[in-house]
Unconditional design. Structure first.
Length: 234
């Protein structure tokens, strides 16, 4: 979350022409950071689903949280449409998570973490699905998937013009990887999910507990602060 906020603040500084001109869309220094941040988000979401399923989370509670994510995704689309009318976000990280969480939940009802960790065939099956999801868009693409109505699948021939793009393929593979790792830990190293949090990382733990709220609020606060600073010192 902290890394994401720093990345977005750097983006905002570039938009306000405070930094020397940066290419956030093509420079590997920035695109590699984005890749790592999104990967951490989806690995965490996959691990979280494993923990939730193992703890017996009901569908009612799942749908309540899912509804919050969908609502926030719609707000992101509306907000980006105002700021970036030509590159607004139609399928960003929250949109992708909303679709992928349903897929993972359906999978988890049949392949619970305990079964995945204890049955080699089940583990191999989920690992193969993760690998296939990750590799497929690198080998298959069709112009049919290049529109805003279909690019959410991920089988595109060129990247869409948008401020954030996290399609189901290949990113569902990353979420499945998080599910696999957490499943193993829940069965073979359960202590990783129990016990107290060390004091020096407790603030980060609290921040993680309010991740969706932080995600939705940090950019309005950062952009608003920059606007205020520019107004005061213009």
């Amino acid at each position: 979350m902290v890394w994401m906020a720093c990345f977005h603040f750097s983006f905002d500084l570039n938009q306000f022409h405070v930094l020397p001109p940066q290419n956030f869309y093509g420079d590997h220094f920035w695109t590699d950071q984005r890749f790592c941040i999104v990967s951490m988000f989806l690995l965490g979401a996959g691990a979280g689903q494993a923990v939730a399923i193992d703890a017996g989370q009901t569908w009612t509670r799942f749908w309540r949280r899912w509804g919050q994510i969908v609502g926030c995704a719609l707000l992101v689309s509306l907000g980006s449409l105002q700021m970036f009318p030509h590159s607004w976000i139609s399928f960003g990280v929250l949109h992708g998570m909303a679709v992928m969480l349903i897929l993972l939940r359906l999978l988890g009802t049949r392949l619970a973490p305990a079964r995945v960790a204890r049955a080699p065939l089940a583990f191999a099956g989920v690992a193969a699905l993760a690998a296939a999801a990750w590799m497929l868009p690198h080998r298959v693409g069709d112009p049919f998937f290049d529109s805003r109505l279909t690019d959410w699948v991920g089988l595109i021939t060129h990247l869409p013009v948008t401020e954030d793009y996290v399609p189901v393929l290949p990113w569902f593979g990353m979420m499945l990887a998080g599910y696999l790792v957490a499943s193993l830990l829940l069965v073979h190293a359960r202590a990783a999910f129990t016990g107290g949090v060390p004091s020096f990382v407790r603030p980060l733990s609290t921040l993680g507990g309010w991740s969706l709220s932080f995600y939705m609020l940090h950019q309005p606060i950062l952009i608003g602060s920059l606007e205020l600073f520019r107004w005061v010192f213009k």
